[in-house]
Ligand binder design. Structure first.
Ligand SMILES: [Zn+2]
Length: 119
């Protein structure tokens, strides 16, 4: 699955002033996550959802509060993968989509779109 073929799914939308609103970015996040999930499935991973939007339970200023992050439970062959290094390929793909991968800071299951200096 070539990212180029799906560029329309991760294209940044802007208003008439060239600004990507938070809602537009939240929507881009969902579109990009759909690609990540398909990529994971095609590569033999099984995914279940962890927290996406949350009202509490995450660090201060977490992107979960802004609908720009999701935690995924990732399995292969029925085995839960505890370490980001076990599914680094997903993190790298996510970064190619323009995302920020928590595997860079010890939270491999966390996939987000950086916003206002947060990731
Ligand atoms: Zn998270």
């Amino acid at each position: 699955m070539k990212i180029k073929e799906y560029a329309f799914l991760i294209r940044t939308q802007t208003d008439n002033k060239g600004i990507e609103s938070l809602r537009m970015k939240q929507n881009r996040f969902v579109r990009a996550i759909s690609l990540l999930i398909q990529f994971a499935v095609r590569n033999g991973f099984e995914i279940t959802f962890g927290d996406a939007h949350a009202k509490n339970g995450h660090m201060t200023d977490s992107l979960h509060y802004s609908r720009l992050a999701i935690d995924l439970n990732i399995f292969k062959g029925g085995i839960y993968l505890k370490h980001g290094s076990d599914y680094e390929v997903l993190g790298h793909y996510w970064e190619k989509l323009g995302g920020s991968w928590g595997g860079r800071f010890g939270d491999g299951c966390h996939f987000s779109l950086a916003h206002d200096g947060r990731r």
